[in-house]
Design a protein around this ligand. Structure first.
Ligand code: SF4
Ligand code: SF4
Length: 353
């Protein structure tokens, strides 16, 4: 247990005062003096200057430095230490590489495995609506279907082309600090728009990219087997990012897949896959590609080789099986109306980084 009273105070704000792992994370992320400073936030610059016997300009610079490292976030009462543990996790690991404490990913994963995963899964699945929504990779929609703007990667990128940044995925950065991790997916994928892009650029974690570059990153991410996701709302202005998620690291997918209720956190696309048994050669390439365990190879009457059979109750319609299928045995079919995408959601979209 930490003996630093301010580390303990911060851990209390994260609602884990007795977690030794969280104490170690905080001790890795900040000095004892910084912990004392953070424990006083939110507070006015003048109050902090008086409290720490500093001039106001020095306080402002200190706050900007801590904000750059993700240890202060905006609130109605000014910059404050992030009380939500998920925000703290995402903020630290989405920092510029030089600000990420070495080895902190392993501590986060240990905390996750110690039971935090269950808390995340519960929180994400009791909001009344899924926070994320699956969208199709480029060029996987049926040729006769015109995608809605809010489900089309090209339309979303085009609508936000004035300011796009891409940064490393905070979840995979942490996961890939662990030896023998199952996650080997690309990490430079997290595509942010507008204010979110500005925030990442301010912090130095993001790089400004053109719409063409964002599209190229999208193709690379989905070819590598990542699931494109957005906030589960239809207005274009609500779509502030495109995440490329995986079941090995994503703090939305991983815990909810483990808890068996991923569809309460990740809404499916409007599409479902269909396998043409005559074209399926039984190669099994699609089976490990599906993070949702929706594909099984089965013997079917009239065929000598096993065929891919999809459990549509488990499927999120991500089309990654279509993407990897050499013989083009998989096609996507439109199965849900436009109204299936909510205009707003009850849960806070900010729950997702
Ligand atoms: S990748 Fe295509 S051909 Fe191979 S098992 Fe899956 S559906 Fe069949
Ligand atoms: S079966 Fe295919 S479309 Fe459905 S979740 Fe798995 S990879 Fe995605």
């Amino acid at each position: 247990m930490s003996t630093n009273e301010f580390i303990l105070k911060l851990a209390e704000r994260n609602r884990k005062p007795d977690s030794e792992l969280l104490h170690r994370i905080l001790e890795a992320a900040m000095t004892p003096e910084e912990a004392q400073f953070l424990a006083e936030t939110p507070a006015s610059t003048a109050d902090l200057a008086a409290k720490f016997n500093m001039d106001e300009k020095a306080v402002e610079e200190k706050m900007l430095g801590l904000a750059r490292r993700g240890l202060l976030v905006r609130s109605r009462r000014g910059l404050r230490y992030p009380g939500a543990l998920g925000t703290l996790h995402d903020n630290i690991l989405a920092s510029a590489p030089e600000y990420i404490p070495p080895g902190i990913g392993k501590l986060w994963i240990a905390l996750y495995d110690s039971g935090w995963w269950e808390e995340i899964a519960n929180e994400l699945t009791t909001l009344g609506a899924a926070v994320l929504r699956t969208i199709l990779p480029l060029k996987t929609a049926p040729p006769d279907v015109q995608l809605l703007p809010c489900e089309s990667i090209d339309a979303i990128i085009e609508a936000h082309k004035d300011l796009i940044s891409v940064r490393n995925c905070c979840c995979r950065v942490g996961e890939q600090m662990v030896e023998n991790t199952a996650c080997h997916h690309p990490i430079f994928t997290c595509t942010q728009f507008g204010g979110r892009a500005e925030y990442d650029l301010f912090r130095g974690g993001g790089r400004k990219v053109s719409a063409d570059e964002a599209m190229a990153i999208s193709v690379k991410a989905t070819d590598a087997g990542l699931v494109p996701t957005v906030t589960n709302m239809s207005p274009m202005e609500a779509l502030e990012f495109i995440c490329y998620c995986c079941g090995d690291a994503c703090l939305v997918l991983k815990p909810t897949i483990r808890a068996g209720n991923v569809l309460q956190a990740l809404a499916p696309s409007r599409f479902l896959p269909k396998v043409d048994n005559d074209k399926c050669n039984g190669c099994q390439e699609c089976v490990p590609r599906c993070f949702f365990g929706a594909i099984e190879m089965k013997e079917l009457p009239g065929y000598d080789t096993k065929k891919a059979v999809i459990d549509l109750d488990k499927c999120v319609g991500c089309a990654l099986c279509l993407n990897i299928c050499g013989p083009e045995a998989v096609t996507m079919e439109l199965v849900r109306p436009p109204e299936s995408i909510p205009e707003t959601i009850a849960g806070p979209s900010a729950i997702v980084h």
